[in-house]
Design a protein. Structure first.
Length: 529
């Protein structure tokens, strides 16, 4: 028997199977960072495993059993007793002023590595490509085309439908935004002037974003008394716009609506069964923060401050506005004057953190709804205010959070410690989920919560190399002790960073090291693939 062919085959098989291993062994250089001994939650929702993880450049280059990595490391960090997870992805926050606060410490201290600036009511940077190319910051950012900014740019604050020329101008702004790096179209349909847009206008613009592979993110038209029609409208936009839909900060606002999360979740489940791609997110607080505008009928605010003042000067129109505000007040608030907390009043120092009830008492006004509405009109004439509205049910929050299609966001602002009076969500949203809703309330397991903060939003945004921990993925990594992570900001004392994030890596660079901020600004303005 001629054995030469067999020997050749065996040699060829050995080369195919072992040569890559040998080459890999020879090619393994020293890694930049080796994390030893941590509990790895990879973001998939699976239980933690005990493993070592290595970073080279901006990528994860190794995950394996403890002690199994033998190549040299420029830096080795013992993370025994800590949990290693993907960096958290915040699906909605207000970071248009990132150039002013490039380190975004209040977000980083929460373990957030990527922030979605979905522009519900804020102005959009323009030209977007130029802004993204010069942005230098610690966190990664993702940007959307903002419908509010687009409508203002084309139509001002007019309460009317657009002409065909105006509609075309808005289409072109969406298209150009998408070409310059936007991930989709974002709307804030509860706010002036977006509130004046008919559903058909939004569908037209959503189709433009969809043609570029975009998403539709929305602060829906009503989160209170008309929340069911608002959900139905959002589902219609997704269906007729042929675009994936994501509802930011799903909430049930107003004491009259408590319990309605059962209906809103059922609506989304039905829509999914009919082919609409719809998801949502939630933040872990029973109060929201927004403009005083929501306490007024939208028509009263059309045209801006001067036209509002003219209407208030007309006794008949003022009476009509006040009558509608009687209806709106219990729909948007907790039903009491203490449920509206000021983040500040223009020209009136000393009201930060105080309530509408405090204002009435200190100005010798009776604690009646008529008196409260009169005061709110006066405050709106003076420029309006940002408020914290305590008007949500804990049962609804937990019901929404448990939903398998729900993710986590902060709806936070970039803040400077001691400056202004922010909602505590700006400092504490993600740690609060882990501390209160995982550790204390056990609404979610830790793997479930991490999944909702990492792999789920990454998949929703179409980020194939972020959101999970595995070899080859970008090294956005949070390291913390689940028993220690804690939010500290409160409604009456908001300026406190969360604690417990021991290390935070963004694109492979440490922005928090041994609990301390570094000066690194490794964030990227992420564009769609």
């Amino acid at each position: 028997m001629n054995r030469k062919p067999l020997i050749v085959v065996l040699l060829f098989w050995w080369l195919l199977t072992d040569l890559p291993v040998l080459l890999a062994a020879e090619a393994v250089p020293s890694v930049d960072v080796l994390l030893r001994g941590g509990q790895v939650l990879d973001g998939s929702g699976s239980p933690a495993i005990h493993a070592d993880l290595a970073i080279s450049g901006d990528r994860i280059t190794y995950i394996g059993p403890p002690g199994s990595f033998s190549a040299p490391a420029k830096q080795t960090i013992d993370v025994s007793g800590l949990t290693i997870t993907p960096g958290f992805i915040d699906l909605h926050a207000h970071v248009s002023d990132l150039n002013q606060y490039p380190h975004a410490e209040n977000f980083l201290r929460q373990g957030i590595t990527t922030i979605v600036n979905s522009l519900h009511s804020h102005d959009q940077a323009w030209p977007l490509a130029e802004y993204l190319s010069q942005l230098k910051a610690a966190p990664n950012t993702i940007h959307f085309a903002g419908h509010t900014w687009i409508r203002k740019r084309v139509m001002g604050l007019d309460n009317r439908s657009p002409s065909e020329a105006e509609m075309q101008a808005m289409r072109e702004l969406v298209a150009q935004s998408m070409q310059e790096g936007a991930f989709g179209l974002a709307t804030g349909l509860e706010y002036v002037p977006a509130v004046y847009a008919e559903t058909e206008e939004v569908i037209e613009l959503a189709r433009v974003a969809a043609a570029h592979g975009g998403l539709y993110f929305s602060h829906i038209r009503d989160e209170g008394a008309h929340i069911i029609p608002a959900f139905e409208e959002t589902i219609r936009i997704g269906r007729e716009g042929a675009i994936p839909v994501h509802i930011n900060h799903h909430k049930i606002a107003g004491s009259a609506q408590f319990g309605s999360s059962k209906q809103t979740l059922a609506l989304m489940n039905t829509a999914r069964s009919e082919g609409v791609d719809i998801t949502h997110d939630v933040y872990p607080y029973g109060a929201f923060s927004t403009y005083s505008d929501i306490l007024f009928p939208a028509w009263a605010l059309a045209g801006g401050k001067e036209e509002f003042a003219d209407r208030i000067a007309d006794a008949e129109l003022r009476a009509s506005i006040a009558a509608e505000m009687h209806r709106i007040f219990p729909q948007q608030t907790g039903g009491t004057f203490d449920s509206i907390q000021f983040r500040g009043l223009p020209g009136l120092p000393g009201y930060e953190g105080k309530t509408l009830a405090d204002f009435l008492r200190q100005n010798n006004r009776p604690l009646t709804l008529d008196s409260a509405i009169s005061a709110l009109i006066d405050l709106q004439l003076a420029g309006g205010f940002l408020g914290i509205f305590h008007s949500m049910s804990e049962d609804d929050i937990e019901n929404i959070m448990r939903d398998p299609h729900a993710m986590i966001e902060s709806d936070g602002d970039l803040v400077e410690p001691g400056s202004g009076y922010p909602h505590p969500r700006s400092y504490g949203s993600f740690p609060r989920v882990l501390a209160h809703y995982v550790r204390e309330r056990q609404v979610l397991t830790l793997p479930q919560a991490i999944h909702k903060m990492t792999a789920m939003p990454a998949a929703r945004l179409g980020l194939p190399d972020r959101g999970t921990l595995k070899k080859g993925m970008i090294a956005d990594i949070a390291i913390f002790d689940p028993a220690r992570i804690q939010d500290h900001a409160t409604y009456t004392d908001p300026h406190h960073y969360s604690t417990g994030i021991d290390y935070l890596f963004i694109n492979g660079a440490a922005v928090i090291y041994a609990g301390e901020m570094t000066d690194a600004l490794p964030g990227r303005a992420i564009r769609p693939d």
